[in-house]
Design a protein around this ligand. Sequence first.
Ligand SMILES: Nc1nc2c(ncn2[C@@H]2O[C@H](COP(=O)(O)OP(=O)(O)OP(=O)(O)O)[C@@H](O)[C@H]2O)c(=O)[nH]1
Ligand SMILES: [Mg+2]
Length: 366
Amino acid sequence: MNSHSPEFKSALHVMPGVEGGHDGLPRQKTTDDKNAARDILRRDLKTQDYVEGILSGDRTRLARAITLIESNSPSHFSQAQDVLKAILPKTGGSIRIGVTGVPGAGKSTFIEALGSYLTGQGKRVAVLAVDPSSTVTGGSILGDKTRMERLAADPSAFIRPSPSGGALGGVARKTRETLLIFEAAGFDVVLVETVGVGQSETTVRSMVDFFLLVLVSGAGDELQGIKKGVVELADAILINKADGANIVQAQAARLEYERALHYLQPATEGWRTMAMTASALTMAGIPQVWEKIQSFVETTNLSGAFKKRRQIQERDWVRAIVESHLLERFYADKRIQQLLPILDSAVMKGEMPAATAAQTLLGAIK
Ligand SMILES: Nc1nc2c(ncn2[C@@H]2O[C@H](COP(=O)(O)OP(=O)(O)OP(=O)(O)O)[C@@H](O)[C@H]2O)c(=O)[nH]1
Ligand SMILES: [Mg+2]
């Protein structure tokens, strides 16, 4: 991520408290979700209770552990880290799949389709969403819940919508840590949905093994609206909504993407990114997507690319946490807060070169 980008700066904005109670479980009988989430935390569980709950797959304590991770309070943070430390040896066993694509492409419907297919095969499936925009629109969480009704009611599945907490940096940490919790709880597959805008696809790519780009045909120029960079992150492209009158068009789009992919660098060493068609609505092509994912896991396990990617992801993750904390501290510094508007204005008026302003800021915290 470009640390000077506006997205990143806004990512420093810290939201207060725990929100939600988005645990995919029956709600407490209260009208106030915020209070419900706080109540859960107030009935203080011991670290050991969380750990045992997660490892035994107890849904209530699992949900509470995620709420603990999503909390922005420092004491919850340190307990959450203790929980994570304890479960770490039990993590790593899931296949982590990222699903991205333009809004409305059918990501949630696809996750519901693939998820139900997998639970039908006896697998346990967890679903997470990364949606930095959801705090702005507030709509996506509700939308996802209604679009994954079947999976939400499935005892072998667990859906956790995007943690609020605003900024991508915070959401990314919470999502990653929640993923580890799911793994320790024995879920076979973890699916992470993200909208294909801004930085969130790069963020999700950095936490999953397999990255799927969901597209739809029929928007005229097939490559429109999708940045080449996003295509280059994908291990497979799924042309969704290949049903009804759309089938022929979807197949044409698939060929067009296949051609384009020849000129692009594959996202994973030793794996050829390909385009497929499917219908999340009729389930046509969904088993084939799963076959493809299994073949990916097999191939990359054999070549060592699977393990190598996870190791690099862990290492980079440490760097990312350090960088985001340094930036957070920098912008929270009183001296910086005083200087920043003055220097901003000088730079904007053309009275000071940008590099001089930056140097002044950096010098102020020495
Ligand atoms: N015909 C058809 N419609 C589909 C298919 N998959 C999804 N849809 C419809 O497309 C619309 C959007 O689907 P979603 O699954 O919410 O799409 P999304 O990509 O998750 O959307 P956002 O989360 O808002 O970005 C819904 O009305 C779905 O019913 C499909 O395979 N065929
Ligand atoms: Mg969705």
